[in-house]
Design a protein around this ligand. Structure first.
Ligand code: KIV
Length: 269
């Protein structure tokens, strides 16, 4: 039996373009079929983010995520969610040249049902994005705070704090749009700068820690549902205290097993 209860129509790259100036885009991360299926009837886009390296694998950053790992999780997400547009996050080191980027993107399309890929980086990635899009790959660009640059930059640094940085971000956004990206993730950017970028590009912007002026929002599911206890960024609204709920329920299960109150007749054959 299929786990799909939802009969929503598939959201495509063309649909996403139409959201600009009409409806906010809702994006969430997912790493497995179970959660992707819980999210699918309500969200527009699902990102199989390389954040899974932290949320799922317990690593301290995203850098060691591999193509194999990302493909494995994307297959799972695609079997759990049919209607949202699924974005595959290209892991660090998988798009250093245009040839390597295309080879890996083709692998994503051949081995998974992902609709698009996401690439971190500004204008230096333009040539790669142009090459990918001209070969039939849909690309989401990601600028601002870029987690794959954390070691090189020496930390997670909020962007757009100086006029020079604002100018660079605006320039990057326009060049990436010109190169063919169909959407732009803006992470960790001063609100007023993200707002300006959103006004100046025709493609939708999807913010994370980039204020109220973006065309949509993305959050990491384990952050927003309170499962990731180690670090709570300022931009995350916690919609559930997941860790607390799990721990309390687990405590009850442990107590029940220890004192013999589970299983009872009701749970026995
Ligand atoms: O990997 C991820 O989850 C991301 C989001 C933070 C945008 O790139």
């Amino acid at each position: 039996m299929s786990i799909h209860s939802d009969s929503r129509k598939k959201i495509t790259v063309r649909n996403i373009a139409k959201y600009k100036n009409s409806e906010k885009i809702v994006m969430i991360t997912a790493y497995d079929a179970l959660f992707a299926n819980l999210f699918e009837s309500q969200v527009d886009m699902i990102l199989v983010g390389d954040s899974l390296n932290m949320s799922f694998l317990g690593k301290s950053d995203t850098l060691s995520a591999t193509m194999e790992q990302m493909i494995y999780h994307t297959k799972a997400v695609c079997s759990g969610a049919k209607s949202p547009l699924i974005v595959f996050d290209m892991p660090f080191g998988s798009y250093n040249s245009k040839e390597e980027a295309l080879k890996n993107a083709i692998r994503v399309y051949k081995e998974t049902d992902a609709d698009a890929i996401k690439i971190e980086g500004g204008s230096k990635r333009a040539e790669i994005i142009e090459y990918l899009t001209s070969n039939g790959v849909a690309v989401v660009s990601h600028i601002g705070l870029m987690p794959q640059f954390v070691r090189g930059d020496g930390g997670y640094i909020v962007r757009g704090k100086t006029p020079e940085d604002e100018e660079e971000l605006l320039k990057d956004a326009k060049i990436l749009e010109e190169a063919g990206a169909f959407a732009l993730v803006l992470e960790g950017i001063k609100s007023e700068v993200a707002f300006k970028i959103t006004k100046e590009v025709k493609i939708p912007t999807i913010g994370i820690g980039a204020g109220v002026g973006c065309d949509g929002q993305v959050l990491v599911w384990s952050d927003m549902f309170g499962f990731f206890e180690e670090f709570k960024p300022k931009f995350v609204k916690e919609y559930l205290n997941g860790a607390e709920l799990i721990k309390k329920s687990l405590q009850e299960y442990v107590k029940d097993v220890k004192d013999g109150s589970f299983p009872t007749e009701k749970y026995s054959y």
